[in-house]
Design a binder for this molecule. Sequence first.
Ligand SMILES: Cc1cc2nc3c(=O)[nH]c(=O)nc-3n(C[C@H](O)[C@H](O)[C@H](O)COP(=O)(O)OP(=O)(O)OC[C@H]3O[C@@H](n4cnc5c(N)ncnc54)[C@H](O)[C@@H]3O)c2cc1C
Length: 404
Amino acid sequence: MNEKTIFTDVAIFGGGIAGLWVLNRLRNLGYQAFLFETSSLGNGQTIKSQGIIHGGLKYALTGFLTGSANAIESMPKRWKDCLQGTGEIDLRLVKILSNDQLLWSTGSLHSEIASFFASKALNSRVQKLNFDQYPPLLQNAYFRGHAYRLEEVVLDTPSLIQTLAQPYKNCIFKINSTEAYKFQVQPHNPQHIVSFKCHSGEKIFNLEAKRYLFTAGEGNEQLASFLPNAPAMQRRPLQMVLVKFNLPYTFFAHCIDNGANPRITITTHSTQDGKTVWYLGGKIAEDGALRTPTEQIEVAKKELKVLFPWLDLKETKWASFFIDRAEPKQPGGKRPDTIFIQAIGNTIIGWPTKLALSPVLADELITLLTQQSIQPSPTPKETIYAEQLESPKIALPPWEELFI
Ligand SMILES: Cc1cc2nc3c(=O)[nH]c(=O)nc-3n(C[C@H](O)[C@H](O)[C@H](O)COP(=O)(O)OP(=O)(O)OC[C@H]3O[C@@H](n4cnc5c(N)ncnc54)[C@H](O)[C@@H]3O)c2cc1C
């Protein structure tokens, strides 16, 4: 078979939020960049994320702005610009599920948190609500607690992936997973990739890139395994829960008690059959990683009965699934504060660590390329034509996949 060689500036491996964001930024700057995906776009963590563009307050529940909280503070504004069409990427077609996220407590907040929320440090990013401003679900005589409004937009992840994939869909290709790791390296310099042999459906070709970027989430571990000093990865496991209602209960909120993490984080998603699904994350999902699915669903049912004794759960369907957050290894397996990017030879490995932080990952990548004098090339000698290779589909979100 005739194997063509394609030359490009950057070859991106992995079409989650990180790879798609970077592809858009690089192409907008004039770089020749192609993205290769072994499954469907967003298939790893991105499609299963809750879509919350955090401003870091859920990382400040101890009453202090932690490293994580500081790193992510400017993200809501940056994404808002994109959603309004004035930012670095045009995200006007992304469906916004909610313009804000509620923070609610089941009882009185301890005094440090209450005064922290009222402090100048938060620059009015938190607004205390009166009872008449509560969402309908909390306007109940049995509700005891306080509610705050956070400026954190919640996005529909399938439409986010679709919007990011659309402008450069001719540069995004599906490759066969078993054939995805054929990197040819220099014999005396195993850190330097010479070329990549690519299989897409029945087609085969060679790719030569100035830089190879791995944004494959969990897949980075295997992709980078040929590198002698590849960065170590950690997995932080979760068991997420979904509740499908016949009634249109819309709720976007973090419930806080006196712990450092939200007790439960709820987002609401509409299904194609016209129902409403609550997607439950937060501490319940972290603790649930050690439970069986039956135990986890029982715990979640009890938790919703405690939190909303007035809520009718009779006509509900339940599901749960396990997923790992894939991140750079941290001491003690802790949550990383911010993005990770590392260059080794002509490979660059990146983990955004949060959906919300993908713009920062792209910034740092572009800085790295500039420092390494990788400039946008004029039109390459050979290019990939979309019709030659397969295109990946967009992954199904769990609220469509799990209730068949
Ligand atoms: C349950 C859950 C909820 C979350 N909620 C939020 C939230 O509300 N807000 C927030 O900011 N963050 C959230 N996060 C974190 C966020 O989702 C992740 O940090 C982010 O999606 C990671 O994106 P990524 O592109 O690095 O990886 P992924 O989304 O995992 O994408 C990796 C892609 O690479 C592909 N791939 C794998 N191997 C290869 C290979 N060898 N070659 C080519 N392609 C390959 C995969 O198929 C996949 O499409 C959540 C995470 C989880 C798990």
